[in-house]
Design a binder for this molecule. Structure first.
Ligand code: BF8
Ligand code: SF4
Length: 655
């Protein structure tokens, strides 16, 4: 701690932000010193070296899609300079094209994730692979029903085969019929708006190709036309992306139920072989977990007490939700998990895996193992994964962790023993089951009653990432605090779930410790008792980022049960520490459904007056929703509460 004290206040603040403010997380601050000493770099150090950041990029007015450029438009901010690119593109055209390309990046990530899982279901259903099976028959039947697959008289494999064909077909069909997953899972009011706007996709791949085409040099320059396509890309993200991924993963691996676990870097254990699972693909994560169990005795032969599997970012959320694997680190903390010197291996698949991890791992005994043919990282050991060879590959990965354990240098280990208890695993099914204990015939009614009475004033889905730009201010924790105080039910996913768990917002035992509004606290306690807990946790963990689909399903159920437009519900989506294009795509999907969407930092649209006008104003007239940005978390929370109040008044509820 000597060194910490010797640093300037500003630097200490940065460190506080990195691990949250709770007593459980404070000991981990030392890791920031350690990574600077051992490796010479950290996220905050790299961020500081990027300052001042380029405002053209931040405002979205830099275009580099052709070699007459790069072009940038200073006149959106200053009096002098270019008003157009060499080709004549205006600031608004450039901003709209850039935004659409960001959304394509996110939608492509989620679509490929879904496609790989749908292909796996096909291989399982046709008996072509052995390592996976249908674990959740109930979910199989419910997905079949949603997709209008007749189940009667068919075997599970036949049903699964039809689901797989429909899912894969949604990517490669070339007719003009709406995509099956969109028809099946979109809220009816949203579907109606999309039909009127003509933005229902018929296929996942063609619109992605078209969006890249139309945003290349010399094509679509019409801002409204580009933004309509942006909404379509959001729909692609939502259904043949998020929803297909979660629903088929549930069929293959089980639908989550409430589960106890622990969070924080302290979940790494000195006397165990520590193996972290990082990325997003449950096809990899589930197998590695299975083989860690299979090879547990091998660890004991090496003198360890066993193999301790821990989760990082969304793969962590996947295995937490289904198996209670502890949450070690969010995306931004992955490098610090390695810097403990106690992590023997980190296996990664796709998305949110920082290239720096190779360099960090090479400073320790840690084996960083890449698995995807399209995600290789200098400094990592590549063991290529395929579902056909899943068992063999997962075994090799765990064996690498065992080999690395023997090389661990105890003198370089810095571990905290502090962990934070948590409850996760809230699928829609588990929430409905819980509410069904109050009203079996109409399980949503108790939740609706709580909203009507104001005990639950509204609902905010807080999703996305830990952004070093805002982590230092503890943006997410502060936002959650204000919402809870005002009786707003907070649903979380992704890395926000990690932040929330580390802060204690998922620990039912701390429900009296936080300043939670009496109505919400009473509701959490009453529902918790029904679940056999002292209370539900202050924030409800609904899963990984693809599991935002679970929030989408809940929104669909509520709007259809109440027969109101999604935009009328007192529900808001927030990405308070936005990083990834995926988060932009998820927000675009939420917006397209009719939910107001808050982001911080602001989307890269500041330089596009018309773009801003459409997203923050005009869309209210068609889909009933808007985007807004607010960099102060308390002000953002207040704005959400005000919006919820307006919606409540419009619904005739108490304000
Ligand atoms: O998909 S929350 S930093 S890990 S993008 Fe990435 Fe953001 Fe974390 Fe999960 Ni989601
Ligand atoms: Fe410049 Fe137009 Fe080329 Fe963009 S497309 S870089 S604005 S010339």
């Amino acid at each position: 701690m000597e060194q910490t004290k010797s640093l300037k206040n500003e630097k200490i603040d940065l460190k506080l932000g990195n691990f949250g403010s709770s007593p459980a997380t404070k000991p981990s601050l030392e890791l920031v010193d350690k990574i600077m000493n051992d490796v010479g770099t950290s996220s905050f150090e790299r961020l500081s070296k990027q300052q001042p950041s380029c405002w053209f990029g931040e405002w979205g007015v830099c275009c580099r899609i052709c070699y007459m450029g790069p072009c940038r438009i200073p006149t959106v901010r200053f009096k002098n300079g270019a008003t157009r690119g060499v080709c004549g593109a205006t600031a608004d055209t450039i901003v709209a094209r850039n935004l659409l390309r960001e959304t394509v990046g996110g939608a492509s990530s989620h679509a490929e994730h879904a496609f790989e899982i749908a292909e796996t279901l096909k291989l399982v259903a046709t008996g072509k692979i052995k390592g996976y099976e249908i674990k959740d028959r109930k979910k199989l039947l419910s997905v079949a029903k949603n997709l209008q697959v007749v189940s009667d008289g068919k075997t599970d494999m036949e049903i699964a085969n039809e689901i797989a064909d429909i899912s894969i077909g949604d990517f490669n069909k070339v007719d003009n019929a709406p995509m099956n997953w969109v028809k099946a899972y979109a809220p009816s009011s949203s579907y109606k708006h999309w039909t009127e706007l003509g933005i229902i996709p018929t296929n996942a791949w063609i619109p992605i190709m078209n969006a890249m085409h139309r945003t290349s040099m010399g094509n679509d320059a019409d801002v409204t036309n580009l933004l309509l396509d942006d909404l379509k890309m959001g729909i692609i993200d939502g259904y043949p992306g998020l929803t297909m991924s979660s629903e088929i993963s549930d069929i293959l691996f089980g639908t989550p139920k409430p589960v106890s676990s622990t969070a924080n870097i302290g979940v790494l254990k000195e006397d165990y072989v520590n193996l972290a699972i990082h990325g997003h693909n449950p096809l990899v994560a589930e197998k590695v977990l299975e083989w860690a169990v299979n090879l547990n005795e091998e660890a004991k032969k090496l003198g360890a007490k066993g193999i301790n599997v821990v989760g990082v970012c969304c793969s962590g959320n996947e295995v937490l939700m289904r198996h209670g694997v502890p949450l070690a680190a969010n995306e931004m903390q992955a490098e610090l998990a390695i810097a403990t010197g106690a992590l023997d291996a980190m296996v990664v698949d796709f998305q949110c895996i920082w290239p720096v991890l190779g360099e960090v791992a090479s400073c320790y005994h840690t084996k960083l193992i890449t698995t995807m043919p399209y995600v290789k990282i200098p400094g990592a050991l590549h063991i290529e994964f395929s579902v056909e060879r899943a068992d063999e590959v997962a075994k090799q990965i765990v064996e690498q962790a065992l080999l690395a354990y023997e090389k661990r240098d105890p003198s370089r280990v810095l571990l905290s023993k502090k962990t934070e208890p948590m409850i996760g695993g809230f699928s829609v099914e588990s929430i409905v089951e819980l509410l069904g204990k109050i009203n079996k015939e109409d399980p949503l009614k108790p939740l609706i009653d709580s909203i009507v009475s104001g005990d639950v004033y509204g609902v905010v889905g807080i999703v996305g990432c830990p952004n070093p730009k805002l982590r230092k201010e503890l943006y997410t924790e502060r936002l959650i605090n204000v919402l809870l105080k005002n009786n707003v039910l907070v649903l979380v996913t992704g890395c926000i779930a990690h932040i929330s768990a580390q802060e204690g917002f998922m620990n039912p035992a701390r429900v009296d410790e936080f300043d939670i509004g009496e109505g919400l606290k009473g509701t959490l306690k009453a529902l918790g008792k029904l679940a056999g807990l002292e209370s539900l946790p202050p924030t409800i963990h609904m899963g990984s980022c693809v599991d935002n689909s679970r929030i989408g399903v809940l929104v669909k159920l509520l709007s259809e049960r109440l027969n109101v437009d999604v935009s009328a519900l007192p529900v808001i989506a927030s990405a308070p520490e936005l990083i990834a294009e995926k988060a932009v795509a998820i927000g675009t999907w939420a917006l397209s459904m009719g939910l107001p969407v808050h982001t911080a930092p602001e989307l890269h649209i500041e330089g596009g007056e018309q773009v801003k006008q459409i997203l923050s104003e005009n869309l209210k007239g068609s889909i009933g929703a808007e985007t807004f940005s607010e960099l102060n978390p308390e002000a953002a929370a207040q704005k959400m509460i005000d919006m919820i109040r307006e919606k409540r008044i419009a619904l005739g509820l108490s304000s």
